[in-house]
Design a protein around this ligand. Structure first.
Ligand code: PGA
Length: 250
């Protein structure tokens, strides 16, 4: 774990929990977070639960954010949500470019870049999710893909805006599959991403993809890893908090 930035764990609840379940899980996380000294916990519930969960975490250090955000301030964008709308609900960050958005919902890299840049221009913290498909890895195109997904954002963000950027490296083939990347693969990708970011000490690079308390220790211990974006295991307060206590010790 990188020493200059406190570790960050982000729970991506995806489309899994209704309102009652979301509030209950958030409450359990708030309780557990009281024990933490270094690790920050951020959670991303469904859009319908954002406002209620924001109220549950309001007096704690836990932050709530969205799973996606649009680049425009307002207009004819059916189904989309703006930065101002999220802020109004109590959100303090958003994911963009999650692999499920890119590969299931057909979001182009250009659209993801627009979303990320709008957030950075508004100084709204954003987690840019990146990662290669299995085919791209087998073709040895991983680093090229990462550059294509990250470089345009860095190029168009100002020095001050870059401070609001977090990058989540999630190999597409490792998300929800139980298949975790090998430690050398994680380190290579993270080190490359940090070099693209000119080793900017304000930018965290999180690892994601089938992370659980059982497999996280070695990954979180890497110098190039500043925390994790957790899907399945973040739906259990016990597992998410176990990951947090693991990262506290590193
Ligand atoms: P997973 O999801 O931990 O269930 O693989 C990670 C993610 O999609 O962010």
């Amino acid at each position: 774990m990188h020493q200059s930035l406190p570790p960050l764990l982000v729970g991506n609840w995806k489309m899994n929990l209704g309102l009652g379940e979301s509030k209950k899980l958030a409450q359990e996380i708030v309780e557990g977070a009281k024990e933490l000294k270094r690790t920050s916990l951020w959670i991303s519930p469904s859009p319908t639960a954002l406002e209620s969960v924001a109220k549950v975490v309001a007096t704690s250090a836990v932050q709530v954010g969205a799973q996606n955000v649009h680049f425009a301030e307002k207009g004819a964008f059916t189904g989309e949500v703006s930065i101002a709308m999220l802020t109004e609900l109590g959100c303090s960050f958003s994911l963009v470019g999650h692999s499920e958005r890119r590969h299931q919902m057909g979001e182009s890299n250009e659209l993801v870049i627009q979303r990320a840049l709008a957030a950075l221009h508004a100084k709204f913290p954003v987690i840019l999710c990146v990662g290669e498909t299995l085919e791209e890895r087998e073709e040895e195109e991983t680093l090229k893909v990462l550059e294509h997904q990250i470089e345009p954002v860095l190029r168009s963000a100002s020095e001050a805006e870059r401070a609001y950027l977090t990058i989540a490296y999630e190999p597409v083939w490792a998300i929800g599959t139980g298949r975790v990347a090998q430690i050398g693969q994680v380190d290579e990708a993270h080190t490359y991403i940090m070099s693209l970011c000119e080793n900017d000490s304000r930018i965290r690079v999180l690892y994601g993809g089938s992370v659980t308390p059982e497999n996280a220790a070695e990954i979180l211990a890497l110098d190039s890893v500043h925390g994790s974006l957790v899907g399945g295991a973040s739906l259990s307060a016990e597992k998410f908090l176990k990951l947090a206590s693991l990262s506290e010790g590193l």
